[in-house]
Design a protein around this ligand. Structure first.
Ligand SMILES: O=C(CO)[C@H](O)[C@H](O)COP(=O)(O)O
Length: 236
């Protein structure tokens, strides 16, 4: 791992944005260090919370300059893939735990022309992805139990990301590793060193007194200053 790769991608999570001012939130992120906009959909069934869905995505997409990374924390996500694409999604991530026919769902996402991701809950081992890894564009490692923002980062995630990195190499997969939950300035460095390519952050970015634009810039500077030894970049 001596060659250089592009800087890890930053994906602020709208779950922690000011939901009464989504146009303003989206517009102020337009010229920030955000690479993707992370959009968390919760159905009150797969997770014990309800967030927002298709009409809100459509509204955000009108003002978004970055790709919108949709994370479906819902049951039966296969029923809504085309609708989320039409509403503005650039990528769709479904949960391993919500998809008995995961291979079919991943193919459906790709046939819609979108980046296809699979998310793993904290208790779901990465080894379960062995037979699908080569088909994936993104693996999202949940570093909190999904359903709520503002939770504490689960430290075992670092080991899990490193194991996932190995599995992706072993299976010839070029999937990006995305980490979501409790991400902040103190864990982004270790996460990237372990293999993370995309860092989702909600409360740390939107609740910071400096505001999201300055906080994302500080995260970018922090990562650039770590002088990490990184493998070649794969995708934006
Ligand atoms: O998927 C999520 C929760 O299920 C959120 O994206 C995640 O929790 C980010 O929020 P925070 O950075 O505040 O933990």
């Amino acid at each position: 791992m001596n060659s250089t790769r592009r800087a890890p991608l930053l994906a602020p999570s709208f779950l922690a944005a000011d939901l009464a001012n989504l146009q303003a939130e989206t517009e102020r992120l337009a010229n920030s260090a955000a690479d993707w906009l992370h959009f968390d959909v919760m159905d009150g069934r797969f997770v014990p919370n309800i967030s927002f869905g298709l009409p809100v995505l459509q509204a955000v997409a009108r003002y978004a300059k970055q790709p919108i990374d949709v994370h479906l924390m819902i049951e039966e996500p296969q029923n809504y893939l085309a609708a989320f694409r039409d509403a503005g999604a650039s990528s769709i991530t479904v949960h391993y735990e919500a998809c008995p026919h995961l291979h079919r769902v991943v193919q459906q996402i790709k046939q819609l022309g979108l980046r296809a991701g699979v998310a793993l809950n904290p208790a779901t081992p990465v080894s379960l992805l062995e037979d699908i890894a080569a088909d994936l564009d993104v693996v999202l490692v949940m570093s909190v139990n999904p359903g709520f923002g503002g939770q504490a980062f689960i430290p075992n995630t670092l080991k899990k990301v490193a194991m996932l990195k190995e599995l992706l190499l072993d299976t010839g997969s070029d999937a990006l590793i995305e980490v979501d939950g409790g991400v902040n300035m103190s864990n982004v460095g270790p996460l990237v060193e372990a293999g993370a390519d995309v860092l989702v952050a909600g409360n740390f970015v939107f609740s910071a007194p400096e505001g999201p634009v300055a906080t994302l810039a500080a995260m970018r500077d922090h990562l650039a200053g770590l002088e990490l030894s990184l493998s070649p970049s794969r995708a934006q």
